[in-house]
Design a protein around this ligand. Structure first.
Ligand SMILES: CC(C)(COP(=O)(O)OP(=O)(O)OC[C@H]1O[C@@H](n2cnc3c(N)ncnc32)[C@H](O)[C@@H]1OP(=O)(O)O)[C@@H](O)C(=O)NCCC(=O)NCCS
Length: 183
């Protein structure tokens, strides 16, 4: 059960070379079709205060979730987001609750944050059920990746939100600009 699984929370600027290697190992195995994860820990550069929720089996990291701080632009104004990404566990331990344990800790962080207003993630179609079970809700807003203030590409995947400082009912309608690349 997730409750017996150790999950540590490490800020980006405290990731040691050993943790870096362990996260790469898990992500490489889990996302075997993502070339960048062969040697890198991230698709877009994390901020120094971003967080990693890492599940351990013994001393080995076997599950990982990245929480990215980003202020996005909704039509009603700026929104402080905890962006969830890189959700994975090592194929050796699939089905044993490790990804759920990491995500649950990230959700606890969102729930207790007095800064972040919503969690936001982009799920694969098949995986959206995994997030729904953990309380994430699907939204249909057009969400844009931007660069230098210009819309580049509409976010793909199933867009899902989680309550943080604001309840889900406060989620605004209309277009959202990510103020940078998606995750
Ligand atoms: C999807 C993934 C993160 C699940 O990890 P896991 O450690 O096996 O998941 P858990 O054991 O914590 O499962 C938690 C629950 O989600 C369910 N679940 C697991 N994988 C699922 C999937 N792909 N789709 C739907 N539900 C899933 C489990 O059955 C379990 O349900 P239960 O609470 O009713 O028992 C893992 O298979 C993975 O790393 N996949 C490759 C990377 C990936 O696709 N990440 C998601 C990107 S959106």
């Amino acid at each position: 059960m997730s409750s017996n699984i150790d999950v540590i929370c490490v800020q980006e600027n405290a990731i040691t070379p050993d943790l870096e290697k362990q996260i790469i190992d898990v992500q490489r195995a889990a996302f075997s079709d993502v070339k960048r994860f062969e040697n890198h820990r991230w698709l877009i550069k994390p901020g120094s205060n971003d967080l990693w929720f890492l599940a351990q089996k013994g001393k080995r990291v076997v599950g990982s979730v990245w929480l990215h701080h980003r202020t996005v632009a909704a039509q009603v104004g700026p929104l402080k987001i905890g962006g969830i990404g890189n959700v994975c566990s090592h194929p050796d331990v699939w089905g044993q609750g490790f990804a759920r344990a990491c995500l649950t800790k990230a959700q606890e962080y969102l729930s207790h944050s007095d800064q972040i207003e919503f969690g936001l993630l982009f799920a694969g179609r098949a995986e959206s059920a995994f997030y729904e079970k953990l309380g994430w809700r699907r939204v249909e807003n057009p969400i844009w990746n931007t660069a230098e203030g210009k819309k580049i590409k509409e976010a793909t995947g199933v867009k899902m939100i989680y309550p943080a400082r604001f309840p889900l009912a406060y989620w605004p309608e209309g277009e959202i600009s990510l103020n940078g690349p998606g995750w």
